[in-house]
Design a binder for this molecule. Structure first.
Ligand SMILES: [Zn+2]
Length: 913
């Protein structure tokens, strides 16, 4: 089954490609030119000088790929200072002057400037003494280069509808790249007002965080745009774009002008984003009880973009697939993705932009909150989607996967250099953060948002630490939840790595609970198991299945008495808690019987959670796989998306290992098992015109059809539709595109593959392009694989700047046993070349390594891979360690479970005949 659902990247606001980021902690910083010791040896700026306002002037030249600039920064000396220290990277500083604000005219030139490459700082000295409470304007002229690096002020290319190549300039500053565009105090706590003037070609225009004030003619064919000053904000939220993009606009009920921008050929794909963002912006204004403080909100689709999107205040940038929606070719899931990303970024406008974390160690709160608010926002604007039951699929699954590793980290973590800051834009900050917020919301209800409102109002246009939020929430919850020490409870979730497994046993009416850290067995587990979480537990029983009971588990073990005998107990009601549950054998057996006979007794989320917990228990060796498979049998009666996808993921893992272990017979048995489970649903949904289906059915249609990708009648129908699409050009339903393209790529004649490649090259639809890469890369034809590898290196058609192109390609190439080993060899052989294009810290590289190592379970190969990464000097990087560990876990799984699973599959085949 190539059906492990490929999730899109969830790193919504993480940039990645930066240079000069390595900072050795013990190294003493010395100015390279003079050999003088840099006067400030810490990573964070001194606090004796505060910037209050910036005026930035930029004049980029896209042809020569460089820019000249000038920044005037108003500063206040808080404590007397010998030098002014601020951030700069790679720009050439051409002159620096200092002018007292109240004695105009008496400017001082800098007497000396020292640089520290490690911390990307400059220290500027003047003859004059900088005394406390003096106010100055620091004026810096500089020049810099524009590259295609996806960080700082950078260039992006695209072909317009006439095939003409157009270059635009855009920015991505979070977390530490503003300093690459202009010298600044580049830390979130140094908030200031920013204004901008930008010189540009006449045929282009400029966007900034604020509305345009004026445009004046400049030299020759140039014009200069001036912008209103911003509200007080952090440097990482500043953004500007020079482009020829077009827009559509609307005004919200509270008078905010919302515009969505893209290149002119994509004008027809902006409608949904505009509708959704107007609605969700109003929803957040209501929920947070603070009006959106800017007069306009621009959303811009940028082709070359490292993250999913970036919440720059009033000027949010998106990768194209996160904003564009074409009803003719985009699927239900594409639309959902657009809604999620917009809701995420717009919630940041309050939580993150209005109130900002003091320092990056609190990133999880910023990102966890936005990742939680995505669902709340989508649910409010699209209530018909019944979307909340998918929260665990999007966040919990990924959080559990990252957090069950030895190499995870607590969500609250100290970061003290750019590399460490970049590293925490990960599943822990985003997905675990979201799960913990969700658990707190479930515990406290509306009271949580009362605390949030108070927090936003108290710290608006300023900074706060996590404890400030917890304090506001605690005060709000004082009367309704006086028995819970929220601070103590949250501390266990934010400072401990990993998450708990709760083992439940039932003896008559006595329920006993024991918690321990959840970890998959591998050959080199090295965990201390002393962690104890304060877990807000919930459960329902066979006697009262509709009314959940709650209790807080504070110690390692606890027990309580039920008022009467029950047939079953189900813990973690509606999957809102960030923990897994295992039951004793009798309890499991009763629960599975109950699901098989009356699945409707359990909520949709509880059915998902039972599947997940049963297969997790099986992987831990606490439940025989037979029992987990027995539970899976109920799925032929399931009609809801979340439990079905949960099961597909679990079976997908087993199938993946069978594939790697070359157990082809067993593999075809598990395919048969799946086909049998889903045959009825397939007959009901597949290949039908989905317009009369409800949303759940529409989503299932895609899933169930792709599940049948090895089912002969399905392949036959898919190829049939592909041919009709080629000639006489009968459109394929958007939701059927993946399966039809898959069949053509893998089972069709080579000419079909070629036709898809040509369609890919000529299309300007970003969603369609990704769908084609996902399928043509699954080919088992060696020539085609080699062709795709060479395209990967060229980086033109399959664009090296587009993360989804790279990650989707590698994921496809490593999805089968022909492409996998060839690709892993290719990555090793061309490592130097590849890491020149994709830095070792980039998301692309993380995805490449993860996919390649996913294919290995042989002990010798694991050791060889480890040696390889050691040689390349990156064996200590977290994602490499995690990938190696995953291989070891898979190897251990094969040893422990493979024989048992093979027997079950054989028996099941006999019984089903
Ligand atoms: Zn975010």
């Amino acid at each position: 089954l190539e059906f492990i659902l490929k999730m899109q990247c969830k790193f919504l606001s993480a940039p990645t490609v930066s240079t000069n980021q390595e900072t050795a902690k013990s190294e003493i910083c010395i100015d390279n030119k003079t050999g003088v010791v840099f006067p400030w040896q810490r990573y964070r700026l001194p606090e004796n000088i505060e910037p209050t306002g910036y005026h930035l002037h930029l004049h980029p030249n896209f042809t020569h790929q460089n820019f000249t600039g000038h920044v005037s920064i108003n500063i206040t000396i808080v404590e007397s200072a010998e030098f002014v220290a601020l951030h700069t990277r790679e720009n050439k500083i051409t002159s620096v002057t200092l002018t007292p604000i109240n004695e105009k005219g008496k400017s001082d030139k800098a007497s000396k400037i020292l640089y520290c490459l490690n911390t990307e700082m400059m220290a500027i000295y003047f003859e004059r003494k900088l005394k406390a409470w003096d106010h100055y304007t620091l004026s810096i002229h500089f020049t810099g280069n524009l590259t295609f690096s996806l960080g700082g002020f950078y260039l992006s290319k695209y072909k317009n509808e006439k095939g003409k190549e157009t270059v635009i300039g855009t920015t991505q500053f979070e977390p530490t790249d503003a300093r690459g565009a202009f010298p600044c105090f580049d830390e979130p706590a140094f908030k200031a007002n920013f204004s901008l003037s930008m010189v540009r070609d006449k045929h282009l225009h400029t966007l900034f965080n604020t509305p345009l004030l004026s445009t004046k003619p400049h030299l020759g064919n140039l014009e200069m745009d001036e912008f209103q000053p911003t509200v007080k904000m952090s440097t990482y939220l500043v953004a500007f774009i020079v482009s020829d993009f077009v827009k559509i606009s609307n005004t919200t009920s509270t008078g905010v002008e919302v515009s969505v921008y893209a290149s002119s050929d994509k004008l027809n794909q902006l409608e949904y984003a505009l509708h959704f963002s107007c609605e969700v912006l109003s929803y957040f204004e209501d929920l947070f009880k603070i009006p959106f403080p800017l007069p306009k909100m621009d959303l811009v689709a940028v082709l070359d973009f490292a993250a999913g999107a970036m919440e720059n205040w009033g000027l949010v940038t998106y990768r194209e697939t996160a904003l564009l929606f074409d009803p003719l070719t985009s699927s239900v899931k594409d639309k959902q993705w657009v809604a999620l990303v917009i809701a995420h970024e717009l919630s940041h406008q309050w939580f993150g932009n209005l109130v900002t974390m003091e320092w990056w160690n609190d990133l999880w709160l910023n990102e966890g909150f936005a990742s939680f608010m995505e669902f709340s926002g989508v649910n409010a604007v699209e209530p018909g989607w019944a979307f909340m039951s998918e929260f665990p699929l999007r966040h919990e699954l990924r959080a559990f996967s990252a957090d069950s590793s030895n190499f995870t980290h607590p969500i609250s973590v100290n970061v003290s250099n750019s590399k460490e800051i970049n590293e925490i834009f990960d599943n822990i900050s985003y997905d675990k953060g979201a799960c913990i917020i969700s658990m707190l919301v479930d515990l406290l209800g509306d009271v949580f948002f009362q605390g949030v409102n108070k927090y936003l109002d108290t710290y608006k246009f300023s900074n706060a630490v996590n404890a400030d939020l917890i304090q506001k929430v605690t005060i709000a919850a004082r009367s309704s939840h006086s028995n819970i020490d929220i601070q103590a409870m949250m501390k266990t979730w934010t400072t401990l790595p990993g998450f708990p497994l709760v083992d439940v046993t039932l003896n008559e009416k006595k329920v006993s609970l024991l918690q321990s850290r959840f970890i998959y067995p591998s050959s080199n587990n090295q965990l201390s198991c002393s962690s104890v979480w304060q877990i807000p537990l919930s459960y329902v029983t066979s006697v009262d299945p509709m009314r959940p009971k709650k209790l807080l588990m504070e110690g390692k073990s606890t027990s309580f008495q039920l008022p009467q005998n029950v047939k079953w107990i189900k813990f973690n009601h509606n999957q809102t808690g960030y923990y897994k549950v295992n039951y004793d054998m009798t309890m499991w057996s009763n629960l599975i019987d109950a699901v098989l006979t009356h699945p409707e007794t359990f909520s949709v989320s509880d059915r998902s959670s039972l599947i997940e917990d049963a297969f997790s228990a099986a992987r831990l060796g606490k439940l025989p796989y037979n029992e987990a498979f027995r539970l899976a049998g109920y799925i032929s009666r399931e009609t809801m998306y979340a439990p079905i996808v949960t099961l597909i993921n679990e079976l997908g893992y087993v199938e993946e290992i069978l594939k790697i272990q070359l157990e082809e017979d067993s593999r075809s048995l598990i395919h048969r098992f799946v086909q049998l489970l889903f045959k009825d649903l397939y007959t009901e949904l597949a290949w039908k015109n989905g317009t009369s289906f409800n949303r759940n059915q529409q989503k299932l249609q895609t899933v169930v059809t792709s599940l049948m990708s090895k089912y002969q009648p399905c392949i036959h129908e898919a190829l049939n539709r592909f041919n009709m699409w080629r000639n006489p050009n009968i459109p394929i339903q958007p939701d059927d595109l993946p399966i039809v393209f898959h069949a053509a790529s893998v089972h069709g004649p080579l000419d079909d593959w070629k036709h898809l490649w040509d369609t890919f090259v000529n299309s300007t639809d970003p969603n369609l392009k990704v769908k084609i890469i996902a399928t043509i890369s699954q080919t088992t034809n060696l020539d085609k694989i080699l062709f795709l590898q060479s395209e990967f290196l060229k980086g033109e058609n399959i664009r090296s700047q587009v993360f989804l192109h790279v990650s989707t390609l590698v994921s496809g190439l490593t999805s089968n046993l022909v492409g996998g080993p060839v690709t892993w060899r290719f990555i090793r052989q061309r490592w130097e070349e590849i890491t020149k294009i994709h830095s070792v810290a980039s998301f692309s590289m993380r995805s490449i390594v993860k996919n390649c190592l996913g294919l290995i379970t042989d002990q010798g190969e694991i050791l060889a891979a480890k040696d390889f990464f050691k040689n390349k000097g990156i064996v200590d990087m977290k994602y490499v360690q995690q990938a190696l560990e995953k291989s070891a876990i898979n190897a251990q799984w094969s040893k422990s479970h493979l024989p048992q699973v093979k027997v079950w599959l054989r028996d099941n085949e006999k019984n089903s005949k």
